[in-house]
Design a protein around this ligand. Structure first.
Ligand code: 4NP
Length: 156
């Protein structure tokens, strides 16, 4: 059976779609695609149905990574459907913990900060790049490329 992994941020248009696309790119390269079902979601619903932020899509494309997902908001069903939920910052983590407490007896998912798999930083927050400049998007991609490698090492 496939391991089901959900990446979560606030808007689901910058960090979590990038994490999803980077993870997909890395497992493809390693021939591990068949082992995983991957998705992303936001704790907020403002951007539901939209493509990822064009600045994030462009920055990822320059690294050979295509971000193709459309934004959606997390639901309590996600806690049953996914094995592993990876949050981009402590705020997302707190929201997921709260949701998980409400669903406690039925929830299957393990919830972890994405950066707990980082080899580059002790911070558990991928900085939100939405209101910043181009460097913020490159920083998010650097952090997530490294954390995805750590995650794949931990899972295989
Ligand atoms: P994300 O970034 O959580 O990485 O998708 C954000 C995108 C949009 C907003 C906040 C964060 N917003 O406030 O609309």
């Amino acid at each position: 059976m496939k391991t089901k992994i959900l990446f979560v941020c606030l808007g689901n248009i910058c960090r979590s779609p990038a994490a999803e696309a980077i993870f997909l790119h890395q497992i493809n390269t390693l021939g591990l695609s068949e082992k995983y079902f991957v998705d992303s979601a936001g704790t907020g619903g403002w951007h539901v149905g939209k493509k990822a932020d064009s600045r994030m899509r462009s920055a990822a494309k320059r690294r050979g990574i295509l971000i193709e997902s459309l934004a959606r908001q997390i639901t309590s069903e996600d806690l049953h459907a996914f094995d592993l939920i990876l949050t981009m910052d402590s705020e997302n983590f707190a929201v997921l913990e709260e949701l998980s407490n409400q669903e406690c007896s039925k929830s299957n998912a393990t919830i972890k900060p994405m950066l707990s798999f980082s080899s580059q930083t002790n911070s558990l927050d991928v900085p939100d790049p939405y209101y910043g400049g181009a460097k913020g998007f490159e920083n998010v991609l650097d952090l997530l490329e490294d954390a995805c490698k750590g995650l794949i090492d931990a899972l295989n």
